[in-house]
Design a protein around this ligand. Structure first.
Ligand code: 48F
Length: 261
């Protein structure tokens, strides 16, 4: 069987046409999720499943954030109940290792979380860094994000970015809480201070990361390790139940705020 001969111009036009249609569509969305780690992929999936137009920007060219590193590069992560249910929902196998404690394969977890998010309607754009927020003053609120190709950010070329408007922005950027840190630094009226994550205490960190996930100010929300970093919670290492539940919790709050559900 011989492959269809495709002219280079067809390839170029197909890519630019289709990408441009997506970009026009995502200039104005309900929710921007920043970061395709466990909390971001989970939050985005629930939001999209509930009917909100959701785009997820990830600065790397791959999904998963800290999942792929497993525990010190061993390719497994631990998930405690009831968060194992979230993995079962997306079809990710979990192995019970003791009462209420499960282990998942890191590659499978990344693939299944991402695939389920995409199937629920999330538009995931890889290779885009959120470098700033948009805000309005009266009433004070975050109204979107400023984005740039990661390749451009890394090159230090002077290229003006583009902006995307959203009713809600969720910082799921992990340990550096990048979006919340930018808002804290550039909009002092918000009176946000990012404490930075604490030393390890897995059980306490897991509990607190879920409790602390939610609204930071009007239009801006935080989940996952970004929530832990904002509030100075202990780190927890390669146990991921808190990240998954945190993503689910923040999605529920955004839904209540946007749709009144
Ligand atoms: O770090 P990450 O996995 O965040 P998370 O969802 O989960 C934390 C765990 O992986 C682990 C842990 C478990 O207990 O402690 O660390 O809180 O994923 C964050 C994602 O955000 C991307 C980054 O590349 C990663 O994939 N990211 C970070 N900053 C930006 C960004 C940015 N400015 N713009 C776009 N993406």
């Amino acid at each position: 069987m011989s492959l269809t001969a495709v002219d280079e111009r067809v390839i170029t036009r197909a890519i630019i046409d289709q990408a441009a249609m997506d970009w026009v569509d995502i200039a104005d969305v309900d929710v921007v999720v920043v970061g395709a780690g466990p909390s971001g992929l989970t939050a985005a999936r629930y939001l999209s499943k509930s009917g909100l137009k959701t785009v997820l920007f990830e600065k790397m060219l791959s999904f998963g954030g800290g999942i792929g590193g497993g525990g010190m590069l061993f390719h497994k992560v631990v998930v405690e109940s009831p968060a194992d249910e979230i993995l079962r929902e997306v079809g990710c196998k979990v192995e019970k290792v003791s009462e209420n404690v499960f282990v998942a394969d890191s590659a499978e977890m990344i693939a299944k979380l991402a695939s389920a998010a995409i199937d629920s309607g999330v538009k995931i754009i890889l290779g885009v860094t959120v470098e700033d927020v948009i805000y309005r003053e009266v009433p004070l609120r975050i109204t979107g994000v400023v984005i740039q190709w990661t390749a451009v950010s890394l090159s230090n070329l002077h290229v003006d970015p583009l902006a995307v408007r959203a009713k809600a922005v969720i910082d799921c950027t992990g340990h550096n809480a990048e979006v919340v840190s930018i808002a804290a630094k550039k909009i002092p009226q918000l009176d946000i201070s990012v404490k930075g994550e604490g030393a390890m205490f897995a059980a306490k960190g897991e509990q607190l990361v879920v409790e602390m996930s939610g609204k930071v100010c009007d239009g801006l929300y935080v989940a996952g390790m970004a929530a832990a970093a904002l509030h100075g919670c202990p780190r927890m290492g390669p146990i991921f139940g808190g990240m998954l539940l945190s993503g689910k919790k923040v999605a529920e709050q955004v839904l209540r705020d946007i749709k009144g559900e």
